[in-house]
Design a protein. Structure first.
Length: 179
C-alpha cells in the first residue's frame, strides 16, 4: 500500500513525503493486516496530517482481490479514526482528472502528472503515485470531498462513539449481588 503526504503552502502544493508499506506475502492475512495497521499508525504519527484522503472503491474482475483490498482499506480507515482524523473519499476518475490525467488515464499517465505537479523526478511505484494523486485531489478540491465518517472527525465523534460502544457492551442483566 502506498501513502503520500502533500501540503498546501501559500497556494503551492508541496510534496512532504511518501512511502510504500510492504508486508510479508507469505504471512496469514490477519498478520499482514496488523503489519499494515502498525505501519500506517507510524506514518500518521510521523507526518501528523490534518486529514486522510482515500480513493473510492472501484470494481474488480477478481473477487478475491477486491475482498483483500477491502480488508486493507478497512485497516486504513481504522488507523485514521484512531488518529482522530476525518477521512475523505474520492472516486478514481475524479482523482485522475484532478491531476490533469483524464478519467480513464492509465497509471503511467497519473504518475507523470503527479511528478509534474510536485516537481519530482520519478516515483518508484504506482502505489505511491496513486496515493500522492489522491492527496493532490483532496487539496485541489479543498474539503469538498465526501467524508467517509459523515463529516465529523473521529475526535468530535469519539466521546459519543465510546458511550455508544459502552452501551453495547454493558450487559442488560444485573450482576448477582455478592453475598
Amino acid at each position: 500500500m502506498g501513502y503520500g503526504v502533500v501540503e498546501d503552502r501559500r497556494g503551492k502544493l508541496v510534496h512532504v513525503g511518501h512511502g510504500v508499506i510492504k508486508v510479508d506475502p507469505e504471512a496469514a492475512l490477519e498478520w499482514r493486516l496488523k503489519e499494515l495497521h502498525d505501519a500506517l499508525l507510524t506514518a500518521l504519527k510521523l507526518y501528523r496530517p490534518d486529514a486522510v484522503a482515500v480513493e473510492g472503491v472501484f470494481t474488480f474482475r477478481n473477487a478475491r482481490s477486491a475482498l483483500i483490498l477491502g480488508h486493507a482499506r478497512g485497516v486504513a480507515l481504522l488507523a485514521a479514526a484512531q488518529a482522530g482524523l476525518t477521512v475523505y473519499e474520492y472516486a478514481p476518475a475524479k482523482v485522475k482528472r484532478s491531476v490533469g490525467a483524464g478519467g480513464s488515464a492509465d497509471k503511467d499517465a497519473v504518475a507523470r502528472m503527479v511528478c509534474t505537479f510536485l516537481d519530482l523526478e520519478k516515483l518508484e511505484r504506482s502505489d505511491v503515485s496513486d496515493a500522492l494523486a489522491v492527496a493532490l485531489c483532496h487539496l485541489n478540491h479543498g474539503r469538498a470531498g465526501v467524508p467517509v465518517a459523515g463529516g465529523k472527525s473521529a475526535k468530535a465523534q469519539g466521546k459519543s462513539a465510546r458511550a455508544r460502544l459502552a452501551d453495547k457492551l454493558t450487559p442488560s442483566y444485573r450482576r448477582p449481588e455478592a453475598r
